[in-house]
Ligand binder design. Structure first.
Ligand SMILES: [Zn+2]
Ligand SMILES: [Zn+2]
Length: 338
């Protein structure tokens, strides 16, 4: 089976030993395609993974072999996520499922950028869903990334009609904005790249260039009764984005951290204290968040059209390069035909 593996600063397509179920519980699936996640880019760029690693976790697949009482059968087309919480530990009991040890250890094998993947019985029972006929592979491939956004939205616990600013309008920022709209919030977005702002506007998101903060701050305030937004969602990994958040959030508002920043400078103590701000992080989705994501995609309450650029597996290096250079929004690696 062909797989894309990390080798130093390259992604190389190699032939690996074929995998079979061999009596195990779970399923072997043919990967139809897999979305390229921002976290794959971070792992590749910062060499967080070992040589030979197969990245990718946003898989759309067809079941080839199965041994499970999950209800799925051979030939079913499914979408699956990669981590499953134990449900019993301190973290799970407090709702911090993505900090659960079991969650961190579970994964799909060997990785999504591969012709075949092994899914455990736990995957099939907790985080896998059948794909309806009327939705495209590219659309449903947003199942896991939208799940991440929904987790962030739920963690903020806002009230209907609240105003929200999404800082950073890359694919995840646009997806976040779409999710926030679906939950009934009043959404603004900002970025520095004109094409991103344009695409956001085409998706009916009120989007602005935040390059001149001295103009942008009063603009956002003029749209929020002079107060600032109830919450800022930080999908940008730029250190400067923190300044945007602090200037535009209202007193008593929330800042949702959804990205790492290169300098890791953090949020200033005194702003948090005097403005009574809440700064909170959100990482990876729970099975419940994923269920919400699936429902929003299938009902098309969240629009993911026009976000994806498709690349064949052989061109995966190009997909990584184009994502890193902001040439495209979201890459979907097409791996096998139906
Ligand atoms: Zn992802
Ligand atoms: Zn747990």
């Amino acid at each position: 089976m062909k797989a894309a593996q990390v080798y130093n600063d390259k992604i190389v397509v190699n032939t690996l030993k074929d995998i079979q179920l061999e009596g195990r519980k779970g399923a072997i699936v043919k990967v139809l395609g897999c979305g390229l996640c921002g976290s794959d880019i971070v792992k590749f760029k910062h060499k967080i993974v070992h040589n030979g690693a197969v990245l990718g976790h946003e898989i759309v697949a067809e079941i080839l072999e199965i041994n499970s009482d999950s209800g799925f059968k051979i030939g079913d087309k499914i979408v699956s996520s990669h981590h499953i919480p134990c449900g019993k530990c301190k973290f799970c009991k407090h709702g911090n499922v993505s900090m659960c040890e079991h969650f961190k250890q579970t994964n799909i094998f060997p990785g999504g950028f591969c012709e075949k993947v092994y899914l455990s019985d736990e995957h099939l029972k907790n985080v896998a869903y059948l794909i309806p006929k009327d939705i495209t592979e590219e659309e449903i491939s947003f199942y896991e990334p939208l799940g991440c956004c929904i987790r962030a939205i739920k963690r903020c616990n806002l009230s209907k009609g609240d105003s929200v600013l999404v800082v950073g309008l890359g694919s995840i920022g646009l997806l976040m904005a779409e999710g926030l709209k679906a939950y009934g919030y009043n959404v603004f977005g900002c970025d520095l790249i004109p094409e991103r702002i344009e695409l956001a506007k085409n998706m009916s998101i009120e989007a602005f260039n935040s390059r001149n903060l001295e103009d942008f701050e009063p603009l956002i305030k003029s749209k929020t009764e002079g107060l600032g937004v109830d919450a800022v969602f930080m999908t940008s990994g730029a250190d400067k984005a923190i300044d945007v958040a602090l200037k535009t959030v209202r007193q008593g508002g929330k800042i949702l951290v959804f990205s790492s920043t290169p300098l890791n400078n953090g949020y200033p103590n005194n702003e948090i204290y005097y403005k009574e701000l809440t700064v909170l992080g959100s990482y990876s989705p729970s099975p419940a968040d994923l269920k919400n994501s699936y429902e929003l995609l299938v009902s098309r309450k969240v629009n993911v059209k026009n976000l994806t650029t498709v690349y064949p597996l052989d061109k995966i290096q190009q997909a990584f390069d184009d994502t890193i250079s902001n040439k495209i929004f979201k890459a979907y690696i097409k791996i096998s035909q139906k």
